[in-house]
Write a protein that binds this ligand. Sequence first.
Ligand code: UTP
Length: 624
Amino acid sequence: MEASVATESLSKLNINGDFASSLPNLHKNLHLLSPQQVELAKMLVEKGQSHLFEHWPEPGVDDDEKKAFFDQVARLNSSYPGGLASYIKTARELLADSRAGKNPFDGFTPSVPTGENLSYGDENFIKFEEAGVKEAQNAAFVLVAGGLGERLGYNGIKVALPFETITGTCFLQCYIESVLALQEASYRMTQGGQKKEVPFVIMTSDDTHARIVELLESNSYFGMKPTQVKLLKQEKVACLEDNDARLALDPQNKFRVQTKPHGHGDVHSLLYSSGLLYEWHDAGLRWVLFFQDTNGLLFKAIPASIGVSATKGYHVNSLAVPRKAKEAIGGITKLTHIDGRSMVINVEYNQLDPLLRATGFPDGDVNCETGYSPFPGNINQLILELDPYIEELKKTGGAIKEFVNPKYKDTSKTSFKSSTRLECMMQDYPKTLPPSARVGFTVMDTWLAYAPVKNNPEDAAKVPKGNPYHSATSGEMAIYRANSLILRKVGVQVDNPVKEVFNGQEVEVWPRIVWKPTWGLTFADIRSKVSGSCSITQRSTMAIKGRNIFVKDLSLDGALVIDSIDEAEVKAGGSVQNKGWLLEKVDYKDTSVPEAIRIRGFRFRKIEQLEKQFSEPGKFELKA
Ligand code: UTP
């Protein structure tokens, strides 16, 4: 197929000769184009894309659209490593493999890689957290936030959603405040050194860019210096209409190539081409952390994970959670090829079981003696060591192994239901690494590290029992569960949760407890701020919004909100009892309730609370 396309194209390549007869519509319009655009036209024709011009009208009609078409082609060409020609070539190869049903893991045998399993609050965890906080000032943080969020179906951008609705703090604010708290803690730990600003990069796309800028600007960057934040916008890639990788025209506009997102794997080429990696290297940075848009628990796991990377010298450290066999989450797996190659990589759950069965493990993906699969569950938060990362990207330019996932009309696999495109995932970065690369993982408890908000209420309610909902409801409830469990670990008597159903999802409702990252970034921090005999009832709500609030002998049954400036030292204790905040059910279909709230299925009704603000420096005592 490819040969015939190429032959056909070559015969059309002669711009001044045959070209006139074989592609008359393009030929007639050539004088409208700049020399660069003519070159792009040649390349497209050569790559079997003549159909793009078949409908072009006479010069004088839609000329601006024709030029705009080439502006778009130029963008598609320059934003893809190797240009559109390379995109089309790879697409043809991957489409042929897909059509032939080729198994990408042919020749590979899976085994369990080595990594670190951490248990929250034990000696090992505390040691890694301390090492991680020390190293944090040498890290750069990269948030990938270019995704459409189709599964969630929220009308706004996902990072603008509150990650909890006690304070209404959105995901982006949570992330920025956590990075700032980590930066400050790191500086304090290694005092004497130079105060560094930890870089914060956000990868956006046309679907999210303007709204992320607006969110940052209208909130003064949530306290971060605007110069500390860098936005890198990923471009979409061209859609493909058939197995020959012919580019699809936009059904709404025949002078545009239809485009779709290329996936979060773009982050690597964007970081490389932006020059930021070299800047960071020159500034003495050592780590690059990648994370996703809606995991409100993430920063509870970050300090210890950086510690693992630093202590173990991992070039790649994937954050992971225990995974039940066959659970719908990718497994981190070592793959060894018969030719000796090996890599440690995420294998999607639906590929892991058949791969195991085909390679001498007749039971496939099963739990081991721990009650979990020996392959940890990948949560797609990565920590890369900067220098080896730069070395690798020098070779690849940041291009990540792509895949294609066409939905065929029938078993002949000759045509697609709708156009497809190449995609790439950031966690596939290790695929090109040499076997000498140190690729490991850090497993943390799910309750501590992972509660993404990906699914809309309707789909979440249909999730098979026992699987996580990954909805706005479960995402927020996971914050309260984690904070309750953490306080239990430092000796607070926290009541058991009750089960309730919101938007058709049964969740555990723990006391609603939140705090600012400056109050409790690490286990050691929290332990130093809580003492005596403390208790919190299930119906309680507590928000701690200040660095130096010391909770001692507090018995809470109701709602308590403490807000203080850094220079105020507040002792909070005594018995706080009031009517508190009720959790009121709302239906996600009730459009009188703001979308960001109704997708959770609940809201707070504030009946009564003890609320104290400390806005002057000094020492204070809050006694109920
Ligand atoms: P998801 O897998 O949640 O995909 O992305 P999504 O596109 O946001 O949501 P769906 O699949 O349409 O429901 C994981 C992370 O990768 C980012 C997302 O913003 C999210 O943080 N992402 C995804 C990108 O930055 N670019 C992409 O092209 C795709």
